[in-house]
Write a protein that binds this ligand. Structure first.
Ligand code: ZN
Length: 292
């Protein structure tokens, strides 16, 4: 099953819903960054939420960035997504680790620790929108739900999950998000909360072979729903030599001159995809001359 996300509306437009399967992109991210299983789970959850939020923004070139910073062993993670389901991200300390929880589950909340979630929405306006909130639990789903409830006044149910194999590959990953739209009937909250109380984890459903279509049907069949859109999702990094050159220029002439003098070349790795860009002396000298 390729990675994709469905968008649906229900209850006469008072509920909007997304359900996604993200195993491939979570696996690619884990392989690129060589993450520990708990870091893979944190990153996979954040990539899934960010991909959904990118689709939610509405326009192809909208850019959503979600930053989680915590005092736990992985220190947090960052993911960014456009409106086309192209998402990328990294963990601050990919080798960070922590013992599993007593129930045997990966302790994502402990790995992230206490801190903040920041959402940056670049919707092509003059200034990006930035909202920051204290983390609820560091488990990512609750933190994203908290962000929507408090920063955007949108009551939301968020479920995210990543199942990591013994060989550290990603066996299942995905998530769903339900949001109550303005003008909703208060009674909907109780009905949804009752439904969620016994709702299986997303990874359990995916392990059973359920698709995002099945998950939406389980969630929304009582409310009369319609699937509006199906979007492919992928791990995609748009770094290239030109952007890295821009980053070198931004370092300033003095520092660039020092690199040329001392090292004779520069090696820059992309945070998101770990691609390495090597600049030899001649090229660096040219960049330096052009920047002055
Ligand atoms: Zn890259």
């Amino acid at each position: 099953m390729k990675d994709y996300c469905l968008r649906a509306t229900a209850a006469n437009g008072h509920i909007r819903a997304f359900a996604a399967t993200t195993r491939h992109l979570a696996d690619e991210a884990a392989k690129i960054h060589g993450t520990t299983p708990v870091a893979s789970a944190a990153l996979g959850r954040l990539l899934t939420a960010t991909a959904i939020m990118g689709l939610m923004a509405g326009n192809d070139d909208d850019l959503i960035t979600v930053v989680i910073k915590g005092d736990g062993p992985i220190g947090g993670a960052l993911a960014t997504s456009d409106g086309l389901g192209r998402v990328r991200g990294y963990v601050h300390n990919p080798k960070g680790d922590i013992a599993a929880r007593p129930d045997g589950k990966l302790n994502v909340g402990g790995a992230i620790g206490a801190g903040h979630i920041t959402v940056i929405k670049d919707l092509g306006l003059k200034e990006p929108y930035v909202g920051t909130l204290a983390l609820v639990s560091g488990e990512v789903a609750e933190d994203v739900a908290g962000y929507f409830a408090f920063s955007e006044q949108m009551p939301s149910i968020v479920s995210l999950g990543v199942l990591v194999e013994r060989d550290h590959s990603i066996k299942q990953a995905g998530g769903f998000l339900l949001q109550l739209m303005p003008g909703f009937d208060e009674a909907l909250i109780d009905v949804l909360e009752a439904k969620m109380a016994n709702f299986p984890a997303i990874t359990v459903l995916l392990e059973q072979g359920k698709t995002p279509e099945d998950v939406l049907d389980m969630l929304l069949s009582d409310f009369g729903y319609e699937i509006a859109e199906r979007s492919p999702l992928e791990f995609y990094c748009n770094c290239d030599r030109g952007r890295v050159t821009g980053a070198l220029v931004a370092m300033g002439a003095q520092e660039l001159g020092q690199i040329i003098k001392e090292d004779g070349k520069a090696e820059v790795s992309c945070h998101f995809c770990n691609k390495r860009y090597v600049f030899e002396r001649d090229e660096l000298t040219e960049i330096l001359e052009n920047s002055m």
